[in-house]
Design a protein around this ligand. Structure first.
Ligand code: 5GP
Length: 144
């Protein structure tokens, strides 16, 4: 049962938050960290995770933290739009393995979408190199 289980402090995103795992960051403050998805479904696929909470998913996020976190999700989504100029944006979030969740620290996906460009399948992408992600992150950072 992955929907309601104990938070694992050694999940990948917890390691990224602690600096134990590298990531290509686009935004960080005391509430949230945003970084490039290393298996991007579209060019510019960005993740926004909350800091200071042990939330596996949207359901167990303390209500008091939700508003400030969602403001960061919107801020990063706007920066992805301004920085990369896609035709559309998908904001996605999965809860539990049955719904497609693979990393159990709450995160929102921000996916820029271009007309006519196919989007990769969730959890089936190839690993991007840091040097491919860095220029995209730079454009997003510049728009925040
Ligand atoms: P979920 O399947 O839980 O909704 O999304 C997890 C996301 O994290 C996936 O899109 C996957 O590509 C991404 N991901 C998995 N491992 C890593 C990692 O080590 N670094 C980064 N930056 N993204 C990761």
């Amino acid at each position: 049962m992955t929907l309601h289980a104990a938070y694992d402090p050694d999940n990948i995103f917890a390691k990224i938050l602690r600096g134990d795992m590298p990531s290509v960051k686009v935004f960080e403050d005391d509430v949230a960290l945003a970084f490039m998805d290393v298996f991007p479904q579209t060019e510019g696929h960005t993740l926004v995770i909350p800091k200071g909470v042990q939330s596996r998913n949207f359901l167990d996020m303390p209500a008091d933290f939700l508003g400030s976190y969602m403001l960061r999700v919107q801020r990063v989504a706007k920066a992805v739009e301004w920085g990369l100029k896609p035709d559309g944006l998908r904001v996605m979030q999965f809860n539990g393995a049955a719904a497609g969740q693979t990393v159990y620290h709450l995160h929102f996906h921000i996916l820029p979408i271009w007309e006519g460009k196919e989007m990769g399948r969730h959890g089936a992408g190839t690993m991007a190199k840091p040097e491919e992600l860095a220029p995209l992150a730079e454009k997003i950072r510049a728009a925040i």
